[in-house]
Design a protein around this ligand. Structure first.
Ligand SMILES: Cc1cc2nc3c(=O)[nH]c(=O)nc-3n(C[C@H](O)[C@H](O)[C@H](O)COP(=O)(O)OP(=O)(O)OC[C@H]3O[C@@H](n4cnc5c(N)ncnc54)[C@H](O)[C@@H]3O)c2cc1C
Length: 249
């Protein structure tokens, strides 16, 4: 078990060690289990520990924002960051998603990290190793100028740590055209699957390969803008870009 587990990709900062392969026990319930976040399906994979939820949120940078307008559900992918107990998303003033969320309608945000494809001996038991978070709540329009700049900086730092210090900050017009929303991290759940496939006992004798194909997001070498002067070298945050060790807040 140990050798198998160590072959799986794990971010360094948080201990995801498991009491039992394929399942996690519920840890200290930092987030209260609500009617919406109580896991019905495979509840042992549920995690409400704030440190683990935060670690998943800090490693990802794309979320899917779910909301309904006139009974029509939409699920829109977008960037985000976490700062303390809030998620921040931003975008064009013209975005329907941001306008509607700014009105305080119900929102559900999902973040998904894929750690591996799980190949079982039967088609039925194929699975994925993953860490995912779902957050429910109501977003708040960030109107205070200082808070807005802080949130934009946090969004930038979250995706490319160090970039904000090197570039021109948004001017007044750009700030006006940008909407920033804050979603409190008050009602959230995580779900985690790790480990090998869980096959039916009678299938373990089959002569077919089974195991995990670990997956991770890696950056290739940066490609300079064709209009970049030749004497400007890429910064280390571009040449050594990694998602596995995001800055902790
Ligand atoms: C990459 C990936 C691939 C998956 N593939 C499949 C698949 O092929 N088939 C499948 O049935 N399921 C899959 N799942 C699991 C899926 O996300 C659901 O957990 C599962 O389908 C149960 O759904 P449900 O509506 O019955 O959840 P319920 O248990 O009814 O959900 C109740 C509450 O539990 C929490 N919850 C449920 N799922 C998650 C989650 N993934 N992350 C965080 N909180 C959660 C939420 O707060 C939710 O409101 C996958 C998950 C991931 C991340």
């Amino acid at each position: 078990m140990a050798a198998f587990e160590s072959a799986l990709y794990r971010p360094a900062a948080v201990d995801y060690s498991q009491p039992e392969i394929g399942e996690v026990e519920k840890l200290m319930s930092d987030f209260p289990e609500t009617a919406r976040t109580k896991l019905k399906r495979l509840p042992k994979r549920g995690v409400f520990d704030r440190e683990i939820v935060n670690a998943i949120l800090d490693e990802g940078f794309i979320c899917h924002v779910g909301f309904a307008v006139d009974d029509q559900p939409f699920v829109i992918p977008t960037g985000y960051t976490r700062a303390g107990d809030q998620l921040f998303i931003h975008g064009s003033q013209a975005s329907r998603m941001l306008r509607k969320l700014g009105e305080g309608i119900d929102v559900c945000v999902t973040v998904t990290l894929i750690d591996g494809l799980v190949l079982a001996r039967s088609a039925f038991h194929h699975s994925m190793n993953y860490r995912s978070v779902i957050v429910f709540g109501h977003a708040r329009l960030v109107e205070d100028r200082a808070e807005k700049i802080t949130a934009l900086r946090a969004l930038s730092d979250h995706m490319i740590p160090g970039r904000w210090d090197d570039v021109r900050e948004p001017n007044e017009e750009e700030l006006k055209l940008t909407t920033v929303l804050a979603l409190p991290l008050a009602e959230a759940s995580a779900k985690i699957r790790t480990g090998p496939p869980l096959d039916d006992e009678e299938d373990y004798d089959m002569k077919v390969w089974a195991g995990v194909i670990p997956l991770r997001l890696i950056a290739n070498q940066p490609i300079a803008d064709p209009r970049l002067p030749k004497d400007i070298e890429p910064p280390s945050y571009a040449t050594d870009y990694k998602r596995s060790n995001p800055s902790r807040r």
